[in-house]
Design a protein around this ligand. Sequence first.
Ligand SMILES: Nc1ncnc2c1ncn2[C@@H]1O[C@H](COP(=O)(O)OP(=O)(O)O)[C@@H](O)[C@H]1O
Ligand SMILES: O=P(O)(O)OC[C@H]1O[C@](O)(COP(=O)(O)O)[C@@H](O)[C@@H]1O
Ligand SMILES: [Mg+2]
Length: 343
Amino acid sequence: MRIGTLTGGGDCPGLNAVIRAVVRTANGRYGDTIVGFRDGWRGLLEDRKIIIQNDDRTDRLLTKGGTILGTARTNPDKLKAGIEQIKQTLDDNGIDVLIPIGGEGTLTAAHWLSEEGVPVVGVPKTIDNDIDCTDVTFGHDTALSIATDAIDRLHTTAESHQRVMLVEVMGRHAGWIALNAGLASGAHLILVPEEPFDVAEVCATVKKRFQRGDSHFICVVAEGAEPDPKSMTLREGGIDEFGHKRFTGVAQQLGNEIERRLGKEVRTTVLGHVQRGGTPTPYDRVLATRFGLHAAEAAHRGEFGNMVALHGTRIELVPLADAVKQLKTVPAYRYQEAAAFFG
Ligand SMILES: Nc1ncnc2c1ncn2[C@@H]1O[C@H](COP(=O)(O)OP(=O)(O)O)[C@@H](O)[C@H]1O
Ligand SMILES: O=P(O)(O)OC[C@H]1O[C@](O)(COP(=O)(O)O)[C@@H](O)[C@@H]1O
Ligand SMILES: [Mg+2]
């Protein structure tokens, strides 16, 4: 069998561990050839690829961050217009099944290709934890541990200066990183995209904490968090060429407002891409490895149009159609649990 693979969307710790697991399983067990397309869907449009050998170098990919295949975003309309080219590339390379590894966008494209008759088995990746139908994906645990470590460090400096510190973490549509890192590090407030915030309430929470004699205030803000429009408006950033909203720095703008209203010293830290860099945690290495193994096995069983998913302790298959129907956002009950520790 010839298996094609690619990595799409934002990179994520554990992508290389999936590639290694696919190669080791498919080549080691079945003697398959693995063709890796470069830079996401673009590699299929432009027929740019490498053969990934089952050798010692590939084996060492287990711990390596990023993706050896490169990743990219391609305007969805351009991708759709290239369907004949994609099919031609798959044909020219004798690909029997494609294993795309990516987030909700990449998996939406995978679902569309599957409906166009391309044999596909998807592997979900995201640091944001916003892919539905799987308990979690690899990448989230690593991002969490980086964000938690950063917030732990901000506590001590904030305490020394009696400051308000805002930490902006990733999370475009879903506040999982903010929620979980905030809980893990004992933040005093967490703001997520799912729950619009009121600036007056934020200021009241900050004020109350200082009034009772506490020394500092840490607030974790997801990059996609938004104020209730009646309480404050954010600068407009427009939409990028891939249809994603451009963020304008919610934490910085909220920080300015807190400083103006309360006269407290505020500092803002934007963690940015450091959350996605470096080696995956052991948890993510194991999950990525299991995803790769099960994707290769599903490809051999001909169970196309599916995505591997973690359910409890088992890796199972779910239809791509179900997985991309909606994003997995933070439910109200989880935010309410976290709110018990605010202030
Ligand atoms: N609705 C869609 N239809 C077809 N292709 C899509 C769609 N959404 C995204 N894609 C493709 O998947 C790529 C990756 O999606 P993106 O959302 O940027 O990353 P991720 O896969 O991490 O969610 C996009 O650049 C685009 O080529
Ligand atoms: O690398 P870029 O293009 O700046 O994208 C940043 C975005 O990528 C992410 O890290 C992951 O998003 P995707 O899973 O959709 O790729 C988001 O949290 C963040 O908003
Ligand atoms: Mg996406």
